[in-house]
Write a protein that binds this ligand. Structure first.
Ligand code: PEP
Length: 249
């Protein structure tokens, strides 16, 4: 039985004054059925982990470097995230693929580094709007999964987030049938590469404009094990409503 997961991606939002939102969330959801993680900007990982210590809400990073240490100004190693309390790291987010020209091979190296540091990688895949309009969605996602997920993926080190690029921050979401089609495809692709046992255990999240208003509908789709939530994870009231919908699904 896969435990559901609600992961919040604060992106480049949040100052120390906003840590109270995370504390409020943890106070309102002391014992959720679902696993709950917030991935704040790197500057807030340590203080957020300290403020949430002992609560049911975990903390994660939004990226890590592929190597353990060295001359990489401005970058953060996976072990550094783990050192300050992160247990997860988002990798291959479409904003990093676009802003930092991250390739699948580069992302795969980061996933390997995350695993070596004991972190669970939340690997993002998803098609652009031209990909979908051109009927290439499943091919694009297969290529991303094959290229960015190294050998060794298993239930306790990997989560896959299906995030259609055109749905992120736009208020648009795919139909239930479209989400289901991709999730079935992902589960099959994982089974072919890693075997049925690993594939059955790896959680598949949907991400892209998940809000309190549409969460229950999305979580009712078979094979959706939770959500990666951007904008709606910034406020305890919104993210809390999404967690409640996931717990009830
Ligand atoms: C995201 O950035 O991963 C995301 C899903 O964003 P939003 O929920 O704001 O669409």
């Amino acid at each position: 039985m896969r435990r559901k997961l609600a992961a919040g991606n604060w992106k480049m939002n949040g100052l120390t004054a906003d840590l109270g939102e995370a504390e409020t969330l943890a106070t309102r959801h002391p014992d959720p059925r679902s696993e709950v993680v917030i991935c704040p900007p790197a500057t807030l990982i340590a203080p957020m982990a300290a403020r949430l210590a002992g609560s049911a809400v975990g903390v994660g990073g939004q990226d890590c470097h592929a190597v353990a240490s060295g001359a990489h100004t401005g970058d953060i190693a996976a072990a550094m995230l783990a050192d300050v309390g992160a247990r997860h790291v988002i990798l291959g987010h479409s904003e990093r693929r676009a802003d930092h020209h991250e390739t699948d091979a580069a992302i795969a190296a980061k996933v390997t580094a995350a695993w070596a540091a004991g972190l669970t990688a939340i690997l993002c895949v998803g098609e652009t709007e031209p990909d979908r309009d051109g009927g290439r969605t499943l091919d694009v996602i297969t290529a991303q999964l094959d290229g960015a997920l190294p050998e060794g993926a298993q239930a306790d080190n990997t989560v896959i987030a299906y995030e259609p690029v055109w749905a992120i921050g736009t208020g648009r979401t795919p139909s239930a049938a479209q989400i289901r089609e991709v999730h079935i495809h992902l589960r099959d692709a994982l089974a072919r590469r890693f075997g049925a046992i690993a594939a059955e255990g790896i959680r598949l999240l949907y991400g892209g404009s998940v809000k309190p208003a549409n969460a229950a509908e999305i979580f009712a789709i078979a094979d959706v094990d939770g959500a990666l939530v951007g904008g709606a994870s910034l406020k305890a009231s919104d993210f809390g409503a999404i967690i409640a919908a996931l717990d009830a699904a």
